[in-house]
Design a binder for this molecule. Structure first.
Ligand code: HSE
Length: 318
């Protein structure tokens, strides 16, 4: 990965870090894509007092802990602070654009935004891989484990595969032209910790073989513009069957999206948000059917149609 080319040595910076869809069905904890339509904005300023302080949190979720150790953005910034040992401290304000417990990578976006904004204040900034590792420590506060499938796409943009935890290798996967992601966020809260806790510790051999084949097929299909392989591969036989009971209307929403022409449809991260991949020509029909089926289950949604390719987190104000 190339060195981070952000601005250098500023007094204050605001970073936008996008939402993301973790897992993409078949890539549990290792695959994700950024959703640039919404995100968190994190402002970090130099302060005379050393250390890290979270001064406030506003936006769609305002009641997050302000103690840096207990806050995902604060924990990520503490990790950067220990490594950088700057001659100044950090004060941080968090503006949440991603609802808590939505399955859209809100905790990851806050952690990523914090380290991208703080990095712009350093005279000798870190590269993106170092920022990824700092942000992973923040993610662990929120979900209990340092998984990377939301952190990596929020930081790098696009569809991203990450291999390894202690020594993560990040690979941006190309997405065939004309493919959109349809995102439907039902107005309900689902705890990531709870959605992880219900998962069985063992996987049946037949499911292991299918899941491996599907992930390999999906990624091969992305590299070779093979939409049939993407359609076949976008089929999670391990995690989705265990979690779909947590989302009212899941089966109807999924079936309706496929009937409307989606290549595949599954749970975004730990849920309850659902996503589908579809060609641009049918994306609106897919969205309408998904929204209607959630509505039939008495649930209102926010929804977006986005291109999967995007730039990832960036400094937007100084
Ligand atoms: N990979 C994670 C999960 C994403 O599915 O539990 C949620 O943060």
């Amino acid at each position: 990965m190339s060195a981070w080319q952000g601005p250098r040595g500023l007094e204050r910076a605001t970073a936008f870090a996008p939402a993301s869809v973790g897992n993409v069905g078949i890539g549990f904890d290792i695959l994700g894509f950024a959703v640039d339509a919404l995100g968190d904005r994190i402002t970090v300023a130099r302060s005379a007092k050393l250390g890290v302080r979270v001064t406030g949190c506003t936006g769609v979720t305002a009641d997050l802990p302000l103690e840096a150790e207990k806050n995902t953005a604060g924990r990520a910034l503490l990790a950067l602070n220990v490594a950088a040992r700057p001659a100044f401290g950090f004060e941080m304000h968090i503006e949440k654009g991603i609802p808590l417990g939505s399955g859209l990578g809100g905790s990851a976006a806050s952690a990523v935004g914090a380290v991208v904004a703080a990095n712009a204040l350093l005279d000798t900034p870190f590269d993106k891989l170092a920022l990824l590792k700092f942000a992973m420590q923040g993610e662990a506060v929120a979900s209990g484990s340092p998984h990377v499938d939301n952190i990596a796409p929020s930081l790098f943009g696009g569809l991203v595969l990450t291999v390894g935890i202690d020594n993560p290798r990040v690979k941006r996967i190309p997405v065939p032209a004309g493919i959109c992601a349809v995102i439907a966020h039902p107005h309900m809260f689902l705890s990531t910790k709870q959605a992880r806790a219900i998962l069985r510790r063992e996987v049946a051999m037949a499911d292991f073989v299918w899941q491996t084949a599907n992930l390999a097929g999906f990624i091969s299909g992305c590299y070779t513009d093979d939409l049939d392989l993407i359609r076949e591969g976008l089929n999670d036989v391990v995690i989705e069957p265990q979690r779909r009971q947590l989302i009212p209307g899941f089966s109807a929403v999924r079936a309706a999206s496929i009937a409307a022409g989606a290549l595949g449809c599954s749970i975004s991260g730990a849920g309850p948000t659902m996503f589908a991949w579809a060609q641009r020509t049918v994306a609106e029909a897919v969205r309408d059917r998904m929204v209607k089926e959630f509505g039939n289950n008495g649930i209102e949604t926010d929804h977006w149609i986005v291109t999967v390719e995007s730039d990832g987190a960036r400094v937007v104000a100084q």
